[in-house]
Design a protein around this ligand. Structure first.
Ligand SMILES: [Zn+2]
Ligand SMILES: [Zn+2]
Length: 79
């Protein structure tokens, strides 16, 4: 409630960096506007939602979880 995109965020929209990750290059993500921003503040200039500074979860962790679930499928199929 109260968090809405006002259409301002596109002015601060950050391009995807080619040499490093988005967060590493100082970009911040607004989960409300669904956009990466070049913005110095902690809050979205568009909707005032708190910006995310770091990735939600490490890629490594996701990979491990995926492998585990795949193994379970194989076991369930009677291998
Ligand atoms: Zn917005
Ligand atoms: Zn926003």
């Amino acid at each position: 409630m109260g968090i809405t995109c006002n259409g301002i965020c596109h002015r601060y929209k950050a391009k995807k960096p080619t040499t490093m990750g988005r967060y590493a290059s100082g970009q911040k993500r607004c989960n409300s506007c669904n956009v990466f921003l070049h913005w110095d503040g902690l809050w979205c200039p568009c909707c005032n939602y708190k910006l995310r500074l770091t990735p939600r979860s490490s890629k490594y962790k996701e990979k491990v979880l995926k492998i585990k679930s795949e193994k379970k499928e194989i076991l369930a199929n009677g291998m």
